[in-house]
Structures are given as C-alpha cells and as structure tokens.
Design a protein around this ligand. Structure first.
Ligand SMILES: N[C@@H](CCOP(=O)(O)O)C(=O)O
Length: 488
C-alpha cells in the first residue's frame, strides 16, 4: 500500500512508515491511501469471534504493508492489551432501545476516544523511526481542543528521541481537560495554552509544517504531528467501526450484510472519516451521520456545498468540537472528487479567502454516504436529561450532540459514538441532569452520586495534582516555543 497526497505531487507514493513519520505531505496536503483495501462479508463475519487486538491486526495489515505482521501484533497488543483499557470489549456497544445503540469509546486511560488511536500510534511511530532511519529527535506538535492533547501526552510519555509539544486554547477546554494536560509529568512533554481558539492552535501548527525555512533551521530535529492529519492517527480509528459491527453480529442484533448507521460527534472530521474508510472497505454502513454543535460549518457545507469559516466562533459545552477548520474534510473531498488538482485549488482558495464551494452534483454524491445535523446548547442539555430519564443512561455533551441528531434522523439501526466520559465535563452534564453547574471538581462527586456511574480513573484525584505546565503564549509565540524545545 502506498500513500499519495490529497493535493498531488507525490507520484512515487510514500510507505506507511514514511507517511506516519512525516505527518503531513511536504509542500501541502494530507496523505491518503492510493486505494481502499476490501473485506468481504465472510471476512467481516469472522471478526465477531475475535478480540479487539485481533480485529486491529486484520484491518491494519491491509494498510501497513511495510510493517511485518509480528510488528503490528506487538504494537496492537501493547496498545490495547496492557491493562490501560478498563473494559474487556475495549469499545463496547450498548443497546438503549429498539434500533438505538451507543458505542463507548472512553474506556482508555484518558477517558476519550482519542486513546483508541493514541495508545497505538506512538508505537507505530517508534517503528517508523526504526524503518526509515531515525533523526536525533522527532518533535511531535499537537493542537488540541481538549482531548487529543492529553491522549498524546499519555501515548508518547517518556519515549526516547521523541519530544511532544501540545497547544490548547487558553479558555477553550473544560477545567478537567485543562488539568489533565497541565498536570502530566514526563521528561519529553511540554504543554502551552495559546491566547486564541483551537483554529488558532491548529493554524499555527500547520503554518509551521508548511514553512520549510523554519523546519530547516531546527537542525537535527524533525517535526511531526499526532493530530488526525497524521495517517497514524486515522488508521486505528477505522478498527472500532468494524468492532461495533462485529459485536452487533455476535450479539444477534443484526444479520450479516445488514446496513447500520453511525452518528458521529464531529469537529476535525477524523473520527467520521475513519467511518468512511470502513465503509469503503466493505463495512455495511447505511449513512454516516455528521453531528455538529453550534459551530455548524460542516452541516451548512453538506446542505449547500459552501464551506465558509468566516463566521462567529462559538465556545460551547462540547469544546472538543469547537472547530471551524475541519482538517480531514480535505481527505474526504479528495476521495469524493478523485482529483488532486481540484483539491489543491479548493484549499488554495480556502487559505486565501476562508471559503470554498463545490458543485451541487458533488453535494449529491456526498449525501449518498453522509447525513448531517447540529445540536444547539439548550438541546444538548435536554438530550442529556432525556437519555437519562428514558434509558437510565448518562452521556457527555459531545455524545449528546450526536445522540440528538441520531434520534432525529433514525432510519435504521444507528450506533451513536460516545466519544468521552461524562467525568470530563462534569458541570455541563450535571446541569443537563437538572443540577446547578458549580465548581467543576465538586460536580465530579455530584455526578457520581446522581448517575451511579463509577468514577473514571483518568480524573480520580486530578484536582490535587501539581500543575507542571503553566505557560501561556500568543499564537505568534508558537515558533519561538518550538525553537526552544528543539534546542532542549
Ligand atoms: N477534538 C480534538 C481536536 C483535534 O482533533 P484531531 O482528531 O485532529 O486530533 C481535540 O479534542 O483535541
């Protein structure tokens, strides 16, 4: 399997290890597989008997053709079978009623779905360094709206030859998310708040990636990314779509070949794109439902084909989705258009004007695989209450966004992706459940009392940990910050 660029210019193709190590295509664009590997229905049926790690191996070996089977096995067993996931199914699917299911993706060490990729990707990255000839130091840049940051810190902690720098929006994450990051100890870890929003953090990182002069100045230090722009983040996320389907088969909830929808809380578009990859690989998916919060730039795009980021940026109670520049949409457009030149033109215009559009026929093609909708703030709270009242089940604010859209659009069996534990957003969830939103850390206790849900170990005692990363910088200060780390 070779990887090419969404904006062209990579005719020779890269191996998976090269693409994972680079993070982004040099010169601009994202790595995409040159074709999609396929699983037959018989292959899919076999998955129902397998452990998560074995399913991972079957999927990943189709993409990581430059990794041996033993290497992939070692990586997936280390990632998912070393005791850091608290559920034996890793990503269990729970039935709420009739056709409505939830896939819990937060049983990993940091209580968010990002663990599903970021427990594995660092292992793939270390092997990529070995395969491609390691430089003295790799500096992994991470822009986060709350979840990726902590998951990356945990995944890359103490790996030799690798340094991590996480940038989060100063006032754009929950208090728990912030403490999760700023209290993480590790010789190779740095975290800085940025005065701005997530798009400023991500824009800053992308700007640095496309600045060859700056990169050359970091002698002996090579930059990469742990965001979903990196292929190594995206591929592991395909696995849990197959796992969900396999579990539904195993539990007799569906017939082999029956189509299932997935409703995905969406920000940077990586999670739902992984679902699209699963679909292209032969997983019987009806529709992927792209659920946005009040920052509904994607929902608007799917309606009329105009992507316009020149709008107010809202801070919401689902902060991980507070994003107006959804990076992985570029990959999706590439797969739909099959035209790297056109993708290049689209993103040139987007960089200049903050807007682009596609023709109605393209929107129609997109609608064949994707549905969309958004959930406002009040509705988000109402859904948290409704789901608790009707099913005695507690969901966080991001899951609530996808739940509401799924309930509205239900056509067939639908699996809502639950991307974070309620304990990451205690005040908002307590508010949804009818309480007074107060001090975030007191609300953790309230939440435990009213939901009866075991406290996630990721947040246990977090308020007592010392803050070890207190720096706050301007977006313009990101380069200087990176230069200092490169010299460390
Ligand atoms: N929602 C993310 C934002 C970054 O997305 P990623 O999937 O590209 O890492 C977060 O919580 O940080």
């Amino acid at each position: 399997m070779r990887y090419i660029g969404t904006r062209g210019g990579l005719e020779r193709g890269y191996s998976a290890a090269e693409a994972i190590r680079e993070g982004m295509v040099p010169g601009g664009g994202l790595f995409v597989p040159e074709s999609f590997p396929r699983l037959s229905l018989k292959d899919i049926e076999e998955l129902k008997e397998l452990r998560y790690e074995e399913i991972s191996l079957r999927i990943l070996k189709k993409y990581l053709s430059d990794y041996s089977e033993d290497e992939i096995r070692e990586c997936v067993e280390g990632a998912y079978n070393d005791g850091s996931f608290s559920h034996e199914d890793r990503t269990p699917v729970v039935r709420l009623e009739g056709d409505l299911y939830v896939m819990e993706l937060w049983h990993g060490p940091t209580a968010a779905f990002k663990d599903m990729a970021l427990q594995l990707m660092p292992r793939l990255f270390v092997k990529a360094r070995e395969k491609t000839g390691a430089v003295e130091k790799n500096l992994i840049l991470v822009a986060t709206s709350g979840d990726t940051g902590k998951a990356a810190l945990e995944g890359f902690k103490d790996l030799s030859g690798i340094e991590v720098a996480v940038f989060y929006p100063e006032d754009g994450v929950s208090q728990v998310q912030k403490l999760q990051m700023t209290t993480t100890q590790g010789e190779n870890l740095s975290v800085a708040a940025v005065k701005g929003n997530f798009d400023d953090c991500q824009g800053g990182v992308k700007g640095i990636f496309s600045d060859d002069e700056f990169k050359d100045s970091l002698k002996g230090v090579e930059l990469s990314s742990a965001n979903s722009i990196n292929l190594g983040r995206l591929l592991p996320q395909i696995i849990y779509y197959f796992k969900a389907y396999a579990q539904l088969l195993r539990d007799g909830e569906i017939e082999l070949g029956e189509r299932v929808d997935f409703s995905v809380p969406t920000g940077n578009f990586g999670n739902i794109l992984a679902g699209y990859y699963a679909m292209e690989m032969g997983l019987p998916v009806g529709k992927l439902i792209c659920a946005s919060n009040k920052n509904n730039v994607l929902t608007d795009f799917f309606k009329d084909g105009v992507y316009d980021r020149r709008r107010e940026f809202h801070k919401t109670m689902s902060p991980s989705m507070d994003i107006l520049v959804s990076s992985n949409l570029e990959r999706f457009l590439y797969h739909i258009l099959k035209d790297s030149e056109r993708v290049g033109q689209i993103y040139d215009r987007f960089a200049r004007e903050g807007i682009f559009s596609v023709k109605e026929e393209v929107v129609e093609r997109i609608r064949e695989v994707m549905d969309s909708g958004y959930t406002g703030e009040e509705e988000c709270l109402k859904i948290i209450e409704e789901v608790k009242r009707r099913y005695n089940y507690s969901i966080d604010t991001h899951t609530a966004v996808a739940m509401k859209v799924a309930m509205e659009r239900r056509e067939r069996k639908v699996v809502v992706l639950s991307t974070a534990s309620i304990y990451k957003f205690p005040s908002s969830v307590v508010k949804g459940l009818g309480g007074e939103a107060g001090d975030e850390f007191q609300e953790i206790e309230t939440l435990r009392r009213i939901t009866g849900l075991e406290l996630h170990r990721a947040v246990e005692g977090i308020e007592k940990l010392p803050v070890v990363h207190g720096e706050c910088i301007d977006r313009e200060g990101m380069r200087e910050y990176i230069e200092k780390l490169a010299k460390k």
